[in-house]
Design a protein around this ligand. Structure first.
Ligand SMILES: [Zn+2]
Length: 332
């Protein structure tokens, strides 16, 4: 109402506006600028829907990178633009506590305006509905609900509620069926359960039913990978993936992509995976470079842009390698 009045006022009294007190004009200008900027930013982030549909149709995968800070975001966005790949960035719960949720989302939203490729910001591994709501309010364009440790019925029920809520707001949802464990904190790889990961793997005959109940946009499957740093090389169950692909209508997601041998990932893409999550590989490049640089710097007051120079360069090379290997180069 106020906006309509404001517009009519501006049209009717265009000439007189110049005679109105300067401060009032500045207030109107500031208000309009703020509103327009916010709307513009929100429009720039896209959901995963079109990205994954194109990947599924054309047989490639998009690497999805968790970004914990400005330097990681910059490395991913710059490389995606240079390689003409869709940019799929993810936020991790641990980085999004309190005000950080808005700070990181604003950073990615704002940055997306300066890169000429589609950018999706996807919430990685959320287990609470309230947290997902907050993420959507903050500006995430896609979310993952992870009910993978719950029994099938409860996982499906929760996922369906979240999918309905998210779809009403144009947000895509990824869910997980079966459970991808943690290599670095004691799970299937570390405990040696790799030989018999039976219970944690996705059960193919549950897949179609889960997708039907939940209406999810993407499904993370457990076929032998794990999160974190592997203690021993994983062996992906491509036979299991084939059974899942045969019955899954939605694009499939592989978690724990870091450290998984390249040939196995290529095989997984060939057999139906369209999104592969990467975190540890980029993190290693960041921390290793910082360690080397800082060890060689004699002046602790060196400018950050110099300190981070090699780290960004090395993270970009990791990102570029994944984009090329997964086949997402030149797609936009
Ligand atoms: Zn994951």
């Amino acid at each position: 109402m106020f906006e309509m009045f404001e517009k009519m006022f501006i049209i009717k009294h265009y000439k007189q506006l110049f005679t109105i007190k300067c401060s009032y004009v500045i207030i109107i200008a500031r208000q309009k600028f703020y509103v327009n900027t916010k709307k513009g930013d929100n429009k720039m982030l896209v959901s995963m829907k079109e990205m994954l549909a194109d990947a599924k149709k054309n047989g490639y995968a998009i690497p999805a990178f968790d970004v914990s800070n400005y330097e990681m975001m910059k490395a991913v966005l710059e490389t995606c633009e240079e390689e003409r790949s869709p940019a799929l960035l993810m936020g991790l719960g641990v980085d999004l506590q309190g005000k950080n949720m808005n700070l990181i989302t604003s950073m990615v939203q704002g940055a997306s305006n300066y890169f000429n490729v589609p950018v999706c910001f996807h919430l990685d591994h959320a287990t609470e509905f309230d947290f997902i709501k907050k993420a959507i309010d903050a500006g995430f364009s896609s979310v993952m609900y992870d009910g993978s440790v719950l029994p099938f019925d409860k996982n499906a029920e929760n996922t369906a509620i979240i999918t309905k809520y998210a779809h009403e707001r144009g947000i895509t949802v990824e869910a997980e069926l079966g459970h991808v464990g943690n290599a670095s904190v004691g799970s299937i790889s570390e405990t040696g359960a790799d030989e018999d990961p039976g219970e944690s793997l996705t059960v193919p005959n549950e897949v179609a039913k889960f997708i039907e109940i939940t209406n999810v946009d993407a499904l993370a499957v457990a076929i032998g990978t794990a999160h974190g740093v592997y203690k021993k090389t994983p062996t992906l169950r491509i036979d299991r993936l084939d059974e899942i692909t045969a019955v899954a209508k939605t694009p499939l997601v592989l978690h724990g992509g870091s450290g998984t041998p390249d040939d196995q990932m290529k095989m997984a893409i060939k057999h139906g995976i369209t999104k592969i999550n990467i975190y540890s590989d980029v993190l290693f490049a960041l921390n290793q470079s910082l360690k080397n640089t800082l060890n060689n710097i004699s002046n602790p007051s060196t400018w950050p842009f110099i300190v981070y120079e090699d780290a960004i360069k090395n993270m970009k090379e990791v990102v570029r390698k994944k984009l090329k290997e997964f086949g997402s180069v030149g797609r936009v």
